[in-house]
Design a protein around this ligand. Structure first.
Ligand SMILES: [Fe+2]
Length: 322
């Protein structure tokens, strides 16, 4: 095995942080992940630093800032460098007083299922940011996988199949997936809020990234079936394609410390919150940057089938006005 860890340093001035900063990007794996240091995210960033972070995000898909003790205002400022923010979520309430901040709270549910954020709407977020507030003393890592690496690894016949498929994404919970007894009252209540507006969107299974042109498998936990296939057929094919996304070679495992920020490109990744911390509390805050409507290689866009998300992003408002 050869080492894939490299250092790459770029210089960017940071006038509000004093002397010129050094943005250092250290790769964490062959296909995804880098750790960024040398920049103080609690201060305003200049254009060169923002451009450096954006380039690193497009290349590495997930970036870890180990020392980023941001409050909600700071997290919203940082995420806002990369585009217009969404509201917190299409259905789940925001943190009190911070309408663009979603609490990711172990008390309300655990996202231990592979997914891409909010793919049940027509224009899912382009970018997600997470800041840690309470972390368990062990466990609670986030796995982030490259769906581009997954697509590249597909044998040609499977790639051809994926290229043709469209997936039905919905936030309506698939109760067949989990024994009813497994729900406690809290998680039942959260599920009700989560699906209080029913959304359904048809997305191409192979999405072309709007900035890099890279192709990736755009599937994950909100997929219920593929257009034109039965639920049974869909499950088998989804399991087959997901296995390429979740292959350990294609992911980075991020451990959390208090005051850490992770940013990932939601257009070409999936993630999973590992549920291995018993009943310890875990609280992250999430702020997302609005995305555009996905397209496949032929330029065909996703189609909204059910649910009005115009309160969630400007792109959804524009799409619903057409
Ligand atoms: Fe998520």
């Amino acid at each position: 095995m050869t080492s894939t860890t490299t250092d790459r340093t770029t210089t960017a001035s940071a006038p509000d942080a004093g002397p010129a900063g050094q943005l250092t990007v250290r790769k964490l794996g062959a296909h995804i992940g880098a750790e960024v240091s040398g920049v103080d995210l609690t201060q305003d960033l200049d254009a060169a630093t923002i451009a450096g972070i954006r380039d690193a995000l497009l290349e590495h898909k997930a970036l870890v800032f180990r020392d980023a003790p941001l409050d909600d205002a700071g997290q919203q400022r940082f995420a806002g460098y990369f585009g217009t923010l969404t509201t917190a979520h299409p259905t789940v309430p925001a943190v009190d007083g911070a309408p663009q901040v979603l609490p990711v709270d172990s008390e309300r549910g655990r996202a231990n299922q592979w997914h891409t954020d909010v793919t049940f709407v027509q224009a899912p977020p382009a970018i997600s940011t997470l800041v840690s507030h309470t972390v368990p003393e062990y466990g609670g890592e986030t796995l982030i996988a490259s769906s581009a690496a997954a697509y590249r690894a597909l044998p040609e016949p499977l790639r051809n199949l994926a290229d043709q498929l469209w997936a039905v994404h919905t936030n309506e919970y698939d109760y067949a997936d989990k024994a009813v007894e497994a729900f406690d009252e809290k998680s039942k209540g959260y599920q009700e809020v989560f699906q209080s507006i029913a959304f359904e969107t048809h997305h191409p299974v192979v999405r072309v990234h709007p900035e890099t042109g890279e192709r990736g498998l755009f599937i994950g936990g909100f997929v219920r079936r593929f257009v034109g296939l039965s639920v049974t057929e869909s499950r088998d094919i989804l399991r087959l394609l997901q296995a390429y996304v979740t292959k350990p070679d294609h992911l980075v495992r991020v451990s959390w410390h208090p005051g850490q920020l992770v940013i990932f490109d939601n257009r070409i990744t999936q993630h999973y919150a590992v549920d291995n911390y018993d009943d310890l509390p875990r609280l992250l805050h999430r702020v997302t940057v609005a995305g555009d409507v996905p397209v496949n290689a032929a330029g065909e866009p996703s189609r909204a089938v059910k649910g009005d998300a115009s309160h969630y992003t400007a792109a959804e408002r524009a799409a619903s006005a057409v």
